[in-house]
Structure formats: structure tokens, C-alpha cells
Design a protein around this ligand. Structure first.
Ligand code: COA
Length: 268
């Protein structure tokens, strides 16, 4: 694999012949997505879009534990009603860019895919999961809702009933259950995940790039009109929750439990 020349802080971009890998690279934070990662993902997607040699993209998480555990909760803690809208819009835009990319995008889910991590995977065209992957939307625990397209792409992918079980009950599902509900396309052993993703990319590369691109855009147009309105609705409802004391308390409590844990570790 050869690294693409630009260096990033929170992702890695590597090119292997005609496939480009994007690795979410904050393993100590289980690849939680912060503002820098969103910016870098956006830049990387622009680079790949312009690179005619790059014909397929695979997104994976660094390390063995997580694809991504979602939005960085310490950034959620700082949101006000004013900034929450911008925060939601930014994530929605970047994930729209994944969906609109003129090349197929595969999510290789190598562990937790939670909240924004799962929203990113849902914007991809294909989802492969390792046997130990766990997927879900823990937003209810924080008193919020998915704000980066999950409330729209999840029901389109698995139907409203499963989407309600995942989002409203906050059920976290293992890979085999995710496969049953159509949330992932295939479950593979952890040590073959990368090879399986590459094999899928190779199969896609057998098709004409323009035929693939047109197929992707035609299929995405099924949801496009309602997606635009749905994303606006999601954003408005996401923002409303940031005006409530109860939401703030839940987010603070999650972060302060973390701080206590870190404090305890330091005492050990
Ligand atoms: N935002 C910020 N930090 C996160 C994070 C997130 N979404 N997910 C994990 N991390 C950090 C943890 O704070 C911890 O950092 P620390 O070592 O500095 O304390 C580190 O990643 C490792 O996570 P930890 O919680 O110690 O691992 P665990 O095995 O005990 O638990 C999870 C794993 C996934 C159950 C737990 O990390 C979790 O619930 N994360 C939040 C998921 C979430 O609610 N995402 C939706 C956000 S909208």
C-alpha cells in the first residue's frame, strides 16, 4: 500500500492500486469522530473524487476494537442550540458526500459501529462486518437523537420497525443480528475482514466505472428527495434537544463518569 502524499491527523489515506483505504485513526478514543476527523474525511473524499485512478473506497477503523463509536461526546458537551445546528449540518454534509461519491464505498466494520460511526457506515454502499462487531445507536442514553443522517438512512435500510427498536430502545446488536435485519451485507471472521473487503472491491472493479456510478446514482435517487427534507427535520429535532436541561445533564454525566474513570486509573 502506498500512502497518499497529504498527511492527516485523524485519518489515514492509503492507495492500493485502484482501491483507496480510509482508516479512521483515533484508536485510543475508539475512533470517535471529532470536528477534525469530519474535516479530514471531507477533504479525503474530494481528493478521491478527483483521482481517476481510484475506483473504489474502503473505510475501516484503526485497531481491533472499533470502526467508530460515533460523535466525540466531549464535543457534544459544548454544543448550544446555535452551534448544534451547524454541528448536525456538517456531519450530514460529509456523509452525503460519501453517499454521492461517484465510486462505490465499502464500510469494513471491524468492531463497534455506534451512533455517528453507524451513520457513516449507513452512508456507504456496502457494509461488511467482522464477527465481533457490535452496532447500535446509543443516542437515547444521552438524551439526543442521531443527527448525522441516521434517523433517515436507518429506516431506509432496515425498515421503520427495526429502526425504532435500534434508535428508540437503544438496542445494540451483534453482527449476526445485524445481518438478519439487513443492516450489514455479510459477516466474516475478523482476520479476513480486510481481504473480504478487497475481494468485494475487486468484484466491483469488474464493472465499467461509468455503469457503476450510474447504478449508484439511480438507486440513491429513490431516497434523495425525501432525504433532503428528512435531514432538515432531523437537524431541527436534534437542535431542539440542546435547549433542554435534561439532555445537558445526561451528556455531562456520561463525560464526568469518564473523567472519574480516568482519575481512578491515574491513582492505580
Ligand atoms: N466520544 C468520546 N470519547 C469516546 C467515545 C465517544 N463517542 N467512545 C469512546 N470514547 C473514549 C472513552 O472516553 C475512552 O477514553 P479514555 O480512555 O480517555 O477514558 C476510550 O475511548 C476507550 O473507551 P472506553 O469507554 O474506556 O471503552 P469500554 O470498552 O469501556 O466501552 C463503549 C466501550 C463503546 C461501550 C463506550 O466507549 C461507549 O459507550 N462510548 C460512547 C458511545 C456513544 O454513546 N456514542 C454515541 C455518541 S452520539
Amino acid at each position: 500500500m502506498s500512502p497518499v502524499s497529504k498527511s492527516y491527523k485523524t485519518i489515514k489515506l492509503t492507495k492500493e492500486q485502484t482501491t483507496t483505504w480510509i482508516t479512521l485513526n483515533r484508536p485510543n478514543k475508539l475512533n470517535a469522530i471529532n470536528a477534525t476527523m469530519l474535516e479530514e474525511l471531507s477533504e479525503a473524499l474530494d481528493t478521491i473524487e478527483k483521482d481517476s485512478e481510484s475506483r473504489c473506497v474502503i473505510i475501516i477503523g484503526e485497531g481491533k476494537r472499533a470502526f467508530s463509536t460515533g460523535a466525540d461526546i466531549t464535543e457534544l458537551q459544548k454544543l448550544t442550540q446555535e452551534t448544534a445546528s451547524k454541528f448536525s449540518r456538517k456531519g450530514q454534509k460529509v456523509f452525503n458526500k460519501v453517499e454521492a461519491l461517484s465510486k462505490p464505498v465499502i464500510a469494513a466494520i471491524n468492531g463497534y459501529a455506534l451512533g455517528g460511526g453507524l451513520e457513516l457506515a449507513l452512508a456507504c454502499d456496502f457494509r461488511l462486518a467482522s464477527e465481533h462487531a457490535e452496532l447500535g445507536f446509543p443516542e437515547m442514553k444521552l438524551g439526543i437523537i442521531p443527527g448525522w443522517g441516521g434517523s433517515q438512512r436507518l429506516p431506509w435500510t432496515v425498515g421503520a420497525a427495526e429502526a425504532k427498536r435500534l434508535i428508540m430502545l437503544g438496542n445494540r446488536v451483534k453482527a449476526d443480528e445485524a445481518l438478519r435485519m439487513g443492516l450489514v451485507d455479510k459477516v466474516v471472521p475478523q482476520n479476513t475482514l480486510e481481504a473480504e473487503a478487497e475481494a468485494l472491491a475487486q468484484r466491483l472493479l469488474e464493472s465499467l466505472p461509468t455503469a457503476l456510478k450510474n447504478a449508484k446514482h439511480a438507486i440513491n435517487s429513490v431516497t434523495q428527495r425525501s432525504l433532503e427534507a428528512g435531514l432538515k427535520k432531523e437537524r431541527d429535532l436534534f437542535v431542539l434537544l440542546f435547549s433542554t436541561k435534561e439532555t445537558r445533564e445526561r451528556i455531562d454525566s456520561f463525560v464526568s463518569k469518564r473523567n472519574r474513570k480516568v482519575g481512578n486509573r491515574k491513582l492505580d
